[in-house]
Design a binder for this molecule. Structure first.
Ligand SMILES: Nc1ncnc2c1ncn2[C@@H]1O[C@H](COP(=O)(O)OP(=O)(O)O)[C@@H](O)[C@H]1O
Ligand SMILES: [Mg+2]
Length: 247
């Protein structure tokens, strides 16, 4: 579905994404994890056309889409959410979701009908007429998800849609994400909430300082010494090993 090959970009002297290659299978829920500043959002921006890579290629549904503008890639079916959610605050939830639906529906009536159906799927049906600015964080995250879904993606890139939610809200959101995949949409999520990564994703890539340091099932990568180091700092993997030997 998505094949990223040797993708690289730097900002000034900083190698934000360096020679990253990954193959995402159609129908999967997969995740991209790594510490803050690892290059995860930058990789999404490169894949979805918001940034142009200095090197490397992006193939989507068998075609080279490297360097195409975001609206073209979006129309082909790769849709991303943004880490910082910025709805049109002065518009209603319904109108905000309809913006996404207008990608494929020129008619206002059809876009609004499509928006209503999508809002229902993410649990926003009873908030359609509220102003976006009045939503809670959880509501805004659902709105961001609904706007992306309304664009009828084949591949959905989710950038930290669970960030800022409390454990109960996370628990409510996990089945929503799973149902999106079950409806036939491939999902690649950037996520810090390991509970969600472990329960939702079938495959995980780990970025650190712009480079991939591990990939595999969530269970495999969470046992990987380099991954533990990247998250918890120098010496941690060794200490954990010593402790488990002496436990
Ligand atoms: N547009 C930009 N200009 C300059 N530096 C950037 C830009 N976008 C990201 N960076 C830097 O690139 C690195 C990776 O950022 P980012 O992809 O947002 O990390 P992550 O999403 O993994 O937390 C960070 O050091 C960040 O400060
Ligand atoms: Mg990010």
């Amino acid at each position: 579905m998505l094949e990223v090959h040797n993708l690289s970009i730097s900002f000034g002297g900083l190698k934000a994404v360096e020679d990253v290659s990954l193959h995402l299978q159609q129908g999967a829920i997969a995740s991209l994890i790594g510490p803050n500043g690892a290059g995860k959002s930058t990789l999404f921006a490169l894949a979805s056309g918001f940034l142009k890579p200095e090197r490397g290629t992006v193939r989507f549904l068998g075609e080279d889409i490297t360097g195409l503008p975001p609206h073209v890639i979006c129309r082909r079916g790769m849709v991303r959410t943004f880490q910082i959610v910025q709805p049109f605050a002065a518009q209603t939830v319904h109108e905000n979701v309809a913006v996404g639906a207008h990608l494929h529906h020129r008619s206002r009536r059809k876009a609004l009908a499509r928006a209503e159906a999508v809002a229902r799927r993410v649990g926003l049906a009873d908030q359609l007429n509220k102003l976006a600015s009045s939503l809670t964080i959880s509501g805004r995250k659902r709105l961001e998800l609904a706007r992306a879904l309304a664009a009828e993606p084949r591949l959905l890139l989710l950038d930290e849609v669970l960030a800022g939610l409390n454990p109960q809200e996370i628990g409510e959101m996990i089945p929503v994400i799973r149902s999106i995949r079950d409806s036939g949409i491939t999902v690649l999520m950037i996520e810090h909430v390991m509970q969600a990564v472990m329960s939702l994703s079938e495959y995980t890539w780990v970025l650190n300082h712009g480079s991939l340091i591990a990939e595999g099932t969530p269970a495999e990568v969470s046992n990987n010494a380099q991954v533990i180091e990247a998250y918890l700092g120098r010496g941690t993997a060794e200490r954990l090993r010593r402790n488990s030997v002496h436990a």
